[in-house]
Design a protein around this ligand. Structure first.
Ligand SMILES: Cc1cc2nc3c(=O)[nH]c(=O)nc-3n(C[C@H](O)[C@H](O)[C@H](O)COP(=O)(O)OP(=O)(O)OC[C@H]3O[C@@H](n4cnc5c(N)ncnc54)[C@H](O)[C@@H]3O)c2cc1C
Length: 576
């Protein structure tokens, strides 16, 4: 239901109090567990079909895998090589939809150079794949691939060693800030009437006769608990899927295993290039991805059986990535170039094959018990398709017939009017007294919600100043993150609403106090709360830095998990 209230999509402290009452008092068609992209997508799909929907997230929106990906909306060239044509086609159709209709403010084209090493066979082989890639899934808005001589490729990426290639092919994919995109999907669900609540963990299931009839949730800020009644519960918890299945007492229909992928962020000027790179490794590929004034390098692919909330990168992971990238660079990167490092866990459907790179990226939906469903696997790019599949499956346990999915026609918040505002950037800039470059940056983060952000600075011009030690962001963005985007802790703002934690070598520590001061009035923090938040965030950064000097996963995990939690009331489930 579109509530018609422009503030309905607001996820601030007032709405947080209201949503707790709604969870306790209302009865829902669907309760979605997990605020990653899949859960947010399911909530949006369900709400726009007219279902009474609630989404609960234990920590922060996108705090799991959905803020730690390679940030590509892509078909996956690698899957093409594995002859998974259906998967590639579906993903490319989603890429096109995001770029053109659903999220043109957030999803942008990105260019990659594929360096060629072998004469005769390699160019026609790669070009045949890219010809398919350019045309599958109705991908019309992207430029087609382009052949380059060695000299042409070196002009595009002067940073490459001359002997690192004999020629190249350039192709296009798309990228997005995954954490912002997931949060925007969740806010769009709220806009259409879904209750969306973070720091709200499912700690149990309720039953009527043989049927799951809802969940028990804990407010991880104040410890209070309540039951939420629902016709259907959908488990969208990614790498936590098995934990939730155990909690429900039901045997799962599939298992999910975690594979760790690490990325490194380095400054843009360390690699002189007008395009990203895709490099082949023994088992997979490694990307050098342009990211604002930075490059993101990654990723790795190794089994992970330790802390699911805080996967830790090791020195070995970092050396592996540098090893591959430095093989082709004229001036090698060193540890001193690192601005940020992040690790994420792929939720892979457990299969027979031991090598996780080869495990299927396809998703599975299952009816775990009457009234309870689970969905997992897949990839970020296809979250919308996964969401529709999950709600279609859930229809079996809903009392009335449900409308078909319409999310292919539901632009995310900020998409409507975005293109016109880009054309009016100069006018907007003079209206708010900002540089047009800054306005374009804001439009690519908020789209047509830019007014909602900047109007918070009316009468408070100091909020239009850049953040100290993180000048890519304005102070008003921090205020908006807490008043409208559901941020509750310093790490929510520094790691996900902004990406300061990976974009600045100080990883957010140098601006933590200033950011906490901006958050405090909205969240009602006193001086002690501010000090506590800064202390917890600083300890997190120290622990991450420490873990990144460790030789192996066990040692890195021990360092990382010793840091205090921003949300100490979250239960970490452990295998029985
Ligand atoms: C290194 C890496 C690179 C990747 N790159 C790409 C890419 O470039 N393109 C692409 O398409 N895909 C990519 N992927 C895959 C993609 O990121 C994931 O498939 C996707 O983000 C998974 O989303 P999810 O919602 O299933 O899981 P998550 O984002 O992990 O969400 C699950 C949520 O459930 C919450 N939760 C857990 N337990 C509870 C509970 N008891 N109560 C309430 N909430 C709970 C968690 O806090 C979490 O927020 C990549 C993955 C990795 C790891």
């Amino acid at each position: 239901m579109d509530t018609g209230d422009p503030l309905a999509s607001r996820l601030g402290p007032v709405e947080r109090a209201i949503s707790w009452r709604r969870l306790a008092e209302e009865s829902f068609d669907l309760v979605v567990i997990g605020g990653g992209v899949v859960g947010a997508g399911v909530a949006l799909d369900a709400a726009t079909r007219g279902l009474r929907t609630a989404l609960v997230e234990a920590r922060d929106l996108a705090s799991g895998t959905s803020s730690r990906s390679s940030k590509l909306f892509h078909g996956g060239l690698r899957y093409l090589e594995q002859l998974e044509f259906g998967l590639v086609k579906e993903a490319l159709a989603e890429r096109e939809l995001m770029l053109t209709r659903l999220a043109p403010h957030l999803v942008k084209p990105v260019s990659f150079l594929y360096p060629l090493h072998h004469r005769l066979w390699e160019r026609p082989y790669v070009a045949a794949g890219l010809t398919l890639y350019d045309s599958m899934g109705g991908a019309r808005s992207m430029p087609r691939h382009q052949h380059l001589t060695r000299a042409g490729a070196l002009r595009m990426v002067p940073a490459l060693r001359r002997d690192a290639l004999i020629g190249g092919i350039r192709y296009f994919d798309a990228q997005a800030d995954d954490a912002r995109h997931t949060m925007t999907v969740a806010r769009t669900a709220a806009h259409y009437g879904a209750v969306v609540r973070t720091s709200t963990q499912v700690v149990g299931f309720t039953r009527e006769a043989d049927r799951v009839s809802g969940v028990r949730v804990r407010d991880c800020e104040d410890g209070s608990e309540t039951d939420v009644a629902a016709n259907v519960v959908i488990n969208c918890t990614g790498v936590w899927t098995d934990e939730l299945q155990r909690l429900s007492g039901e045997r799962g229909r599939f298992r999910v295993r975690a594979s760790k992928g690490v990325h490194i962020v380095v400054p843009r000027d360390r690699i002189v290039a007008d395009s990203g790179l895709i490099l082949r490794t023994a088992s997979s590929v490694l990307f050098v991805i342009p990211w604002r004034n930075h490059w993101i390098l990654g990723t790795t692919d190794t089994d992970w059986n330790l802390d699911l909330a805080h996967p830790a990168a090791t020195r070995a992971d970092i050396d592996y990535i540098f090893g591959h990238v430095n093989r082709v660079l004229a001036t090698p990167l060193t540890h001193a170039d690192i601005e940020g490092v992040y690790a994420g866990l792929r939720p892979l459907l457990a299969g027979e094959d031991a090598g996780t790179s080869k495990l299927s990226r396809e998703h599975a939906v299952a009816r775990v018990a009457p009234g309870m469903f689970a969905i997992a696997g897949g990839k970020y790019t296809t979250y919308r398709v996964m969401a529709a599949d999950a709600v279609n499956a859930a229809a079996a346990d809903l009392p009335a017939r449900i409308a078909p999915s319409i999310t292919d026609r539901v632009p995310l918040l900020g998409a409507d009017g975005y293109h016109a505002l880009v054309n009016q950037a100069d006018r907007l800039a003079s209206r708010y007294g900002l540089h047009p470059y800054r306005v374009r940056h804001l439009l690519d983060r908020y789209g047509s919600l830019i007014h909602q952000v900047l109007d918070l600075a009316a009468g408070r011009p100091e909020l239009l100043a850049p953040l100290p030690s993180a000048p890519d962001y304005l102070a008003v963005e921090v205020v908006h993150a807490v008043s409208h985007e559901g941020a509750l802790h310093l790490e929510d703002v520094l790691a996900r609403r902004t990406r300061i934690s990976i974009e600045y070598p100080h990883r957010g520590v140098d601006c933590a106090a200033a950011v906490a001061e901006l958050m405090a009035p909205v969240l009602g923090w006193d001086a002690d709360a501010i000090t506590h938040e800064v202390k917890v965030y600083t300890a997190r950064v120290d622990a991450e830095r420490d873990s990144q000097t460790q030789p192996d996963d066990q040692a890195a995990d021990a360092k990382r998990s010793a840091a205090p939690e921003a949300r100490p009331l979250v239960d970490e489930f452990v295998a029985p």
